[in-house]
Ligand binder design. Structure first.
Ligand code: GDP
Ligand code: IMO
Ligand code: MG
Length: 427
């Protein structure tokens, strides 16, 4: 023990990377369990910034073994270049271990992601264009390519051919694109095989044995609860289960192995891509949040949509993930507002909803009902204990705690590793 899961409580970019990194040296294994390089996890160490898209954030701690679980989709080129980028910055990072069952994002998945989005036009999802959705579609469709296939050349060739047979028809006849060559694709995938061979594992066995040996295993969520294909704002979601339950299926863990589920929630709300966002601001306050919070996508550079804290959204995440703790990030960005609106319920066509509406149509019509909390003017980036925070700021945290139904155990007051206020230990 313990097994601890970190999950985004909103629509992503809550600061999961920082929270994961902060647990630091006490973590023996840091495991990504879902998503791929659609993630962008930013970590700031000693003023130096690192953005990881696929590699687990624990990779920056020399004592931590990192794993990409079976639930992750892996772009092999991206993995190689992320490793190379870290090494060229002088870091002696160990290669992550890979589940033999993890699926591979081949270049044709990325092509299909981009052309489908273009084809959808107004109805697009606003994906990151990294091939994640098409790779998961192939997985569920039982025509995916897995890490283990790299070590059986004839199987790999057959799988790539079978997959492209169908996709090339689509690319040429529907999307008016060029065919993709299966031989070239196979060679490209094979070129990674020898480097990866020593790092391929049975993820479930390795992690279960680690927990038996009292190691600390941290399951690092990517994306977020409201981007979960089952529990999120479907269809404006990602194609996997970033929620806590995904950590079990995405690594081969029984649910009773998990001791803590930590929700990471931003002190306001952001979203990238399309989809409902009841507290979204289109005024100066939204612009100020974006500029102060530097809310630009770590993966695509897109402007993040910004709005006030939505307790309905985070309460729903508490419900579906059974958070034991919440880590509230970017509270420092809220300094300077006289009153801070917090959404406590929705008005849906004249009917008050205190919790997340059950249907997409209701959520689409949801208008936020705000409570206005007193703000504070002080810079809180140097605060290191709860009592260092101004009283109104403390009251803001306590009100949020009550609204979302979970204790707030940590608070982020800046991007740096050390810029946190811990109230309850997370391990
Ligand atoms: P993730 O995808 O959940 O890991 O989050 P991102 O890295 O995409 O976005 C979070 C951004 O906020 C990053 O630039 C972090 O460095 C930054 N950040 C994280 N926690 C805090 C905090 O408490 N205060 C401030 N000011 N920035 C933070
Ligand atoms: P991290 O881990 C924010 C969003 C995309 C799009 C939708 C589907 O950094 O929090 P996809 O490429 O997954 O098929 O896109 O999901 N999205 C994210 N938004 N943070 C992320 O990751 C995201 N990963 C995917 O913008 O709306
Ligand atoms: Mg991010």
């Amino acid at each position: 023990m313990p097994g601890i899961i970190v999950v985004g409580a909103q629509w992503g970019d809550e600061g999961k990377g920082k929270a994961t990194d902060q647990l630091g040296e006490r973590v023996d294994y840091c495991v990504r369990y879902s998503g791929g390089n659609n993630a962008g996890h930013t970590i700031v160490v000693g003023g130096e910034k690192f953005v990881l898209h696929l590699l687990p954030s624990g990779i920056l701690n020399p004592g931590t073994t990192t794993i990409l679980g079976n639930g992750v989709v892996i772009d092999l080129d991206v993995m190689a270049s992320e490793m190379q980028a870290l090494r060229s910055r002088g870091l002696d990072v160990a290669h992550p271990l890979l589940s033999a069952n993890a699926h591979i994002i081949a270049p044709f998945h990325t092509t299909i992601d981009k052309v489908t989005e273009r084809f959808l036009g107004k109805r697009r999802i606003g994906t990151t264009g990294r091939g994640v959705g098409p790779a998961y579609a192939d997985k569920v469709n039982r025509i995916g390519i897995r890490v283990q296939d790299l070590f059986d050349e004839s199987i790999l060739r057959q799988k790539v051919e079978a997959s492209l047979d169908q996709k090339n028809h689509l690319l040429v006849k529907v999307y008016n694109r060029r065919e993709i060559d299966p031989v070239q694709t196979t060679e490209l995938l094979l070129s990674h095989a020898e480097t990866l061979r020593p790092h391929v594992i049975d993820c479930s066995r390795v992690l279960n044995e680690a927990l038996d040996a009292d190691k600390v295993v941290l399951f690092e969520g990517a994306q977020a609860s409201h981007l979960d294909v089952d529990h999120g704002t479907y269809p404006y979601v990602t194609s996997s289960n970033p929620g806590a339950a995904g950590a079990c299926t995405g690594t081969g863990m029984g649910p009773t192995r998990i001791d803590r589920v930590v929700g990471i929630a931003k002190a306001y709300t952001t979203r990238v891509g399309e989809g409902p966002f009841p507290t979204e601001l289109f005024d100066e306050d939204g612009e100020t949040l974006r500029e102060k919070g530097n809310e630009y996508g770590a993966t695509t550079g897109r402007k993040r949509r910004c709005g006030w804290f939505d307790a309905v959204v985070v309460e729903h995440a508490t419900l579906v993930n059974n958070f034991t703790d919440i880590f509230l990030t970017k509270l420092d960005i809220l300094s300077g507002w006289e009153k801070i609106p917090v959404c406590v319920a929705y008005d849906v066509n004249g009917v008050r909803h205190d919790t997340m509406p059950m249907t997409q149509s209701d959520l689409h019509h949801a208008k936020p009902i705000y409570e206005y909390l007193d703000g504070w003017t002080e810079d809180i980036s140097e605060a290191r204990s709860f009592t260092d925070l101004p009283l109104n700021c403390q009251a803001y945290v306590q009100r949020l705690e009550k609204l979302v139904g979970c204790r707030i155990s940590g608070i982020g007051v800046g991007p740096g590793r050390e810029q946190s206020v811990m109230i309850h230990d997370l391990l």
